[in-house]
Design a protein around this ligand. Structure first.
Ligand code: DAH
Length: 342
C-alpha cells in the first residue's frame, strides 16, 4: 500500500556531503512535490477504515526521515565548524619577531666599570661625593681662593645659598680626608659640571679622581707614575706604556705635572697630577708634617672616546638608541673589547 521507500531515502540522506546537496534532498523528500507529499496525496483514495493506519505509518516514516535529515544537517554543520576552527587556529608555535634580548651598556658605564676594576685591584677604595657642593669643598679647601685664575678656567654653575655644581671630582678628596683622615687611598669617579658646550665640551661630563696619602715620604712621585702606567697598561691594553711628563700648575698639588701617553702613534694628553699641596692636607684636617702623597684627576669621557673610537662627545648624552645599539656593550659580556671596534 505504501510505496515510499524509507530505507532508500535514509540511505540517500546518509550519502550527502554538503549543505547544498542536503538542501536538494530536502526538497526531494519534504518539498511540496517531494516523496512525502506525493505519498500523502494517496490519503484521499484510501478507504476510510485504513486511513488511520496509513496516517500512523506515514508519521513514523516522516519522523524517521526527519531524524535522519536532522542528524545529517548536524554532522555537516559540525564538520564545517571544525574546518573553520582549524583554519582560524592561533599557531602558538610561531616564533616571535626578532626582539632584542636586552639593552646595551653605555660606553661610559662600561669605561667606569673598567676604571673601578683597575683601581680596586691596585688597592684604591671607591669614593663619591655630592654633585651640588659648597664653594669651600670645590675650591677653597683645594687652595683655590676667590679670584684665583684657576676659577676662570672652570666656568661654574652657581646656585643659590652659596651652593654650586661641582666643577671637578677634587671635592671628594677634601670630604674623604675630613671624614677618614690619613692614611687614605681612594679613587672617585663621577659627574662634574661646567658652563661649556661645543663638539668637545658639554656642560656635564665625567672625571675620576685619585688620592693616596700615607706617612710622610712613603708615597712618592715614582709611585704615582707607576700607578698611572699600570692603569694605562690595563685600560688601553698596552704592554709597555710610554708616558711623557710636563711641568704644570695646579693649586692643589706641588709639584704638579701633566702626563701624556703615546697611543695609536700619537701623544695624547692624559691627566693632571702631582704631590698633594700641604695646604690642602691641612684644610682637610690632615697633619702635613706627618703625611704626604699624591693626587690625580682625568676626564673619563675623553679616554672612553679614545679607547672606543667615538668622535663626538655630545653623542654620549643624546640618548640616541641607534648610536647606543652600535657603540654600546652587551651587559653580560665582561670582556674588555667591543664588537669589532678596537
Ligand atoms: N681637578 C683637575 C681638573 O678638573 C684635575 C686634577 C688635576 C685633579 C691634578 C687632581 C690633580 O687631583 O692632582 O682639571
Amino acid at each position: 500500500m505504501i510505496e515510499i521507500n524509507k530505507d532508500q531515502l535514509i540511505e540517500k540522506i546518509k550519502l550527502v556531503n554538503t549543505s547544498e546537496e542536503l538542501e536538494a534532498v530536502k526538497q526531494e523528500i519534504f518539498g511540496k512535490s517531494g516523496a512525502v507529499a506525493n505519498e500523502m496525496k494517496k490519503m484521499a483514495t484510501i478507504p476510510n477504515d485504513q486511513k488511520k493506519e496509513f496516517g500512523q505509518v506515514m508519521n513514523e516514516i516522516r519522523t524517521a526521515l526527519q531524524e535522519s535529515f536532522d542528524q545529517k544537517r548536524n554532522d555537516i554543520e559540525t564538520a564545517l565548524l571544525n574546518e573553520k576552527l582549524k583554519s582560524e587556529k592561533l599557531d602558538l608555535s610561531l616564533t616571535s619577531p626578532d626582539v632584542k634580548k636586552s639593552g646595551k651598556l653605555h660606553p661610559l658605564n662600561k669605561v667606569i666599570e673598567e676604571i673601578n676594576e683597575i683601581f680596586s685591584s691596585l688597592g684604591f677604595s671607591f669614593a663619591e661625593g655630592p654633585h651640588v657642593d659648597f664653594d669651600k669643598y670645590n675650591f677653597e679647601a683645594l687652595n683655590i681662593p676667590p679670584h684665583h685664575p684657576a676659577r676662570q678656567e672652570q666656568d661654574t654653575f652657581y646656585l643659590s645659598n652659596g651652593h654650586l655644581l661641582r666643577t671637578q671630582t677634587s671635592n671628594v678628596q677634601i670630604r674623604e680626608m675630613l671624614k677618614h683622615g690619613a692614611p687614605i687611598k681612594i679613587f672617585a669617579p663621577g659627574r662634574v659640571f661646567r658652563v661649556d658646550n661645543d663638539a668637545t665640551h658639554v656642560p656635564m661630563f665625567h672625571q675620576v679622581e685619585g688620592l693616596w696619602i700615607d706617612e710622610k715620604g712613603k708615597v712618592t712621585m715614582q709611585d704615582l707614575l707607576s700607578v698611572l702606567k699600570t692603569f694605562l697598561k690595563e685600560f688601553f691594553e698596552i704592554d709597555d706604556p710610554q708616558i711623557r711628563v710636563r711641568q704644570h700648575d695646579f693649586p692643589f698639588t706641588e709639584p704638579s705635572v701633566e702626563v701624556d701617553v703615546f697611543y695609536n702613534g700619537d701623544w695624547m694628553e692624559l691627566l693632571g697630577c702631582g704631590m698633594t699641596h700641604p695646604k690642602v692636607l691641612e684644610n682637610a684636617g690632615v697633619d702635613s708634617s706627618k703625611y704626604s702623597g699624591f693626587a690625580f684627576g682625568t676626564g673619563i669621557d675623553r679616554i672612553a672616546m679614545v679607547k672606543y673610537g667615538i668622535k663626538d662627545l655630545r653623542k654620549f648624552f643624546e640618548t640616541d638608541a641607534k648610536w647606543l645599539e652600535y657603540y654600546g656593550f652587551d651587559p653580560e659580556d665582561n670582556s674588555n673589547n667591543q664588537n669589532g671596534l678596537s
